[in-house]
Design a protein around this ligand. Structure first.
Ligand code: GLC
Length: 426
């Protein structure tokens, strides 16, 4: 497929999922606005419609909670095709939202869109308005999700990670009870192949946590300590650290010194603390189970995505070497779980398949760290996957089989972004 044909196709996918002021990830399976989907999709919009890109992020942040949290889903219009809907979350927001968050990639997206904006005046105005809100979100993270000041934030629900069904959560998740969750009907398995989706047992635990947090009135000063699930994810923390760093640099340029200084402190503490997640045997970072204090022995993409943060040069080189090893066991980089590990499943949600958004962030981190060796392979694999199997939610790293939802917004946005940003892909 020619570059211009691929871009035209991707733009069509984005247009079909555009609801005016926000996009849905895909019609049917995900009929609302998702947090990190929007931030990453804005990068694609910015390549052909800057005002629309800014609107996407503005809409997301318009639903920020008073305490600073930016929710993971905003239920703009009712749709009973999705479970758990607003009545399960019970957050009592003017426009219903969930009560948990998602990877804070918006700070990075704002900085990137600002840096290459053609309309500089619009970019300055938008960034000035958005930075204080994004900064408040970052501060919320360290306050609410790192109450002991370790420098790293914990996830309280697997859905916060964005890697919903990763093997990383399995052991810690066994401590989440299933009693008393009651009867419910899943909707995801009517839109996507059940074999690609989480099991019913896992779903019960997801809902148990939602009910627990709801019983605490979604009070973020209580949730962390009350949660039986507290996991520190290197990928998630890397996104937060990188966002703090980008916000610091942009705030400085826009003459917002307090935001710049506070952001820099958070980023530096985060980078230093990331070192505790490094695992020498595997040559990558690992999650930490905060309730036991032990690393989680699960070789997933979370520990590779860590390179998105400004980690030390020798660690970035280590991640590049790890990618070389992974490349030997799959056809398409980057598998969300090591294909040689026994838990690997090429088709099941975050337990093996490739996500283009993760590929993009890893490649960006490698470029920034001056570790270019694997970038061409990673970006080239993104294009091959889409050419072979279309704009699916995710793909099997061995066979390229398309999985999950089809016609996916952020997959399309990433293709637009990659084709515009990387010369070798032309
Ligand atoms: C799934 C993914 C999550 C994403 C959402 C919408 O829940 O795991 O990362 O934000 O779908 O695409």
């Amino acid at each position: 497929m020619q570059k211009h044909e691929m871009i035209a196709h991707a733009r069509q996918v984005m247009a079909d999922n555009d609801r005016g002021t926000y996009t849905v990830p895909t019609h049917g399976l995900y009929p609302f606005q998702w947090n990190w989907d929007s931030a990453l999709s804005a990068l694609g919009f910015a390549q052909f419609d800057e005002p629309r890109a800014w609107t996407e992020i503005e809409t997301l942040l318009a639903h920020q909670w008073e305490d600073g949290m930016v929710p993971h889903i905003i239920f703009h219009t009712p749709d009973d095709g999705y479970f758990p809907g607003p009545e399960v979350w019970g957050t009592e927001r003017p426009v219903p939202t969930t009560g948990i968050t998602q990877p804070p990639v918006a700070g990075f997206a704002v900085a990137r869109i600002h840096a290459r904006a053609r309309d500089k005046a619009l970019a300055d105005t938008q960034a000035r308005a958005l930075l204080p809100r994004i900064h408040a979100w970052h501060q919320w993270f360290y306050r609410a999700r790192d109450p002991k000041g370790t420098g790293l934030v914990a996830l309280l629900h697997p859905w916060e990670s964005g890697r919903d069904n990763s093997v990383d959560w399995d052991a810690a998740f066994t401590r989440v009870p299933t009693e008393g969750v009651g009867e419910f009907t899943r909707r995801d398995t009517t839109h996507a192949n059940p074999a690609h989706r989480p099991t019913d047992e896992q779903y019960k635990r997801y809902i148990w946590l939602v009910k627990k947090f709801r019983s605490l009135g979604w009070d973020n000063s209580k949730l962390h300590d009350a949660s039986p699930f507290q996991v520190v994810d290197p990928g998630f923390n890397a996104i937060l650290i990188r966002a703090c760093q980008e916000v610091a640099e942009l705030a400085e340029r826009l003459d917002m010194p307090q935001i710049a200084a506070e952001s820099r402190v958070m980023a530096e503490a985060g980078v230093a603390a990331m070192e505790t997640l490094w695992n020498e045997d595997l040559g990558q970072y690992l999650c930490l189970d905060r309730t036991t204090g032990a690393q989680i022995d699960s070789p997933s993409i979370g520990g590779i995505l860590a390179v998105f943060a400004p980690i030390p040069k020798h660690r970035a080189a280590g991640i590049s070497a790890r990618l070389k090893v992974l490349a030997e066991s799959c056809e398409y980089l980057i598998p969300s779980h090591d294909p040689t590990a026994p838990e690997f499943e090429g088709l099941r949600y975050w337990r093996g398949p490739v996500w283009l958004i993760v590929n993009y962030m890893v490649a960006d981190g490698l470029a920034r760290a001056g570790e270019p060796e694997m970038i061409g392979r990673i970006m080239g694999d993104c294009l091959r996957l889409i050419e072979t199997s279309g704009f699916a939610e995710y793909h099997d790293p061995i066979t390229a089989d398309p999985c999950g939802g089809a016609h996916f917004t952020w997959t399309a946005a990433m293709i637009i972004e990659i084709l515009h940003s990387y010369d070798f892909a032309a």
